[in-house]
Design a binder for this molecule. Structure first.
Ligand SMILES: Cc1ncc(COP(=O)(O)O)c(C=O)c1O
Length: 392
């Protein structure tokens, strides 16, 4: 067999979304697409905002350069990103602290490759975006998991206990996939204190691709401002619905004493991972449309409709503050079995097992509004089935 055993094992573990995707195709063919309610994919269903497409048209019309460039990206674009981050955080970012990357995933991999030796440890609060385990093992690291609190806030004491001399980084994701939680400033400040008290450097990798998808006027505390040893990984995949264009950045905090050494290492790892540089055209586009975001109100409306419908059917649902996911406790602990019951009614969801938290399901608000509305009776029927079985 030519496929590496590691990849074979990872493929097996990574198969939840793929399985649900294939199930969706089979169900749509069998029942008709109008009878399938697909809540699985975290792929923006909307067009990028007109201002982003307008910037794209201008960049193409102006015939901006297409060739190789410094591996960190165009200096003028990095300057623009640095300016915007300084404005948001009050930190003295310059173009030298910024690398343009192939999405947030590219930024995380570039950084992990730069800091990990084989066997080094990376702490990940659970539940989590399931790709992290593969990113860490890509670079011969070991992922160490720490459960979050009941409200899915960070357990800073738990993290303190998990730190060993081999710990190199902690991956934070706020706003959080799948829970929709934004970590409070007070938690981030406590984490920073903990890191500052250690006798070896541990860096927070702050993965923030959902940072603009925030509801009810909530505010996103700036991790870079609150955690002295942090790097920010961000992208326009969700905020501007550009997931397929693969454009993001890595911002190394000017407060990290050896930031320049890290920057040189990341410029090299961005190259040797085969990214070489982030897509040229999209670097220019986002420099012009840095703050442009999709209509968050449309996600908020779907969130409210779905949460109200689920609550009325007896689900213990808590409205997410951010992201386009709703993470709901399943009425039976066996989330995989529950997902099977939902599928019988035409509803597709990802089980909490896919994020390392049994007894939950993740529903994506990228499903169209009419699907959200039409799905509610199906959710209600499954709840009825569970209650009827309990009563027996
Ligand atoms: C938490 C989290 N991080 C990173 C990514 C990857 O984002 P990007 O498209 O910017 O690489 C995703 C995508 O779903 C995500 O949910």
């Amino acid at each position: 067999m030519s496929v590496a055993n590691t990849i074979k094992e990872q493929l097996e573990r990574a198969s939840w979304i793929r399985r649900m995707f294939e199930e969706g195709i089979r169900m749509k063919a069998e029942r008709g697409p109008e009878n399938v309610y697909d809540f699985t994919l975290g792929n923006p269903e909307v067009e990028p905002p007109p201002a982003v497409l307008g910037a794209l048209d201008r960049v193409v019309a102006e015939r901006r350069p297409h060739g190789y460039m410094p591996n960190a990206g165009f200096p003028a674009v990095r300057e623009r990103v640095a300016y915007k981050l300084s404005e948001a955080t009050g930190l003295p970012y310059t173009a030298d602290h910024i690398l343009m990357t192939v999405g947030s995933a590219g930024a995380i991999n570039t950084f992990l490759k730069a800091i990990l030796d084989p066997g080094d440890e990376v702490i990940v609060p659970m539940p989590c975006f399931s790709e992290y385990q593969f990113y860490v093992t890509n670079h011969a690291g070991k992922m160490v998991t720490v459960e979050t609190t009941r409200e899915f806030d960070l357990d800073v004491e738990g993290i303190a206990h998990a730190i060993t001399p081999r710990t190199r980084a902690i991956i934070l994701n706020s706003p959080h996939n799948p829970t929709g939680v934004i970590y409070p400033a007070s938690t981030l400040a406590r984490l920073s204190k903990l890191i500052e008290s250690l006798d070896h450097p541990v860096t927070v990798i702050s993965d923030e691709p959902y940072r603009t998808l925030i509801y009810d006027g909530a505010r996103m505390p700036e991790t870079a401002a609150l955690v002295s040893r942090s790097v920010v990984c961000n992208s326009w995949s969700k905020s501007a619905a550009l997931a397929g264009e693969r454009i993001g950045y890595l911002a190394i905090s000017p407060r990290i004493p050896e930031w320049n050494e890290l920057r040189n290492a990341c410029t090299f790892t961005n190259r040797i991972l085969g990214f070489i540089n982030a897509p040229a055209i999209w670097q220019w586009v986002i420099a012009e449309a840095f703050d442009i975001t999709v209509d968050v109100g449309a996600y908020q409306e779907k969130r409210d409709l779905l949460c109200a419908g689920l609550a009325a059917s007896g689900y213990q649902v808590r409205k997410p503050q951010a992201t386009f996911y709703v993470f709901v406790p399943t009425p039976i602990e066996d989330d995989i079995r529950f997902i099977g019951l939902l599928a019988r009614e035409g509803v597709l969801a990802v089980p909490g097992a896919g994020f390392g938290r049994r007894g939950y399901m993740r529903l994506s608000l990228t499903a169209p509004k009419d699907v959200v509305v039409r799905s509610i009776p199906a959710f209600a029927r499954v709840m009825e089935t569970v209650r009827a079985r309990r009563a027996m």
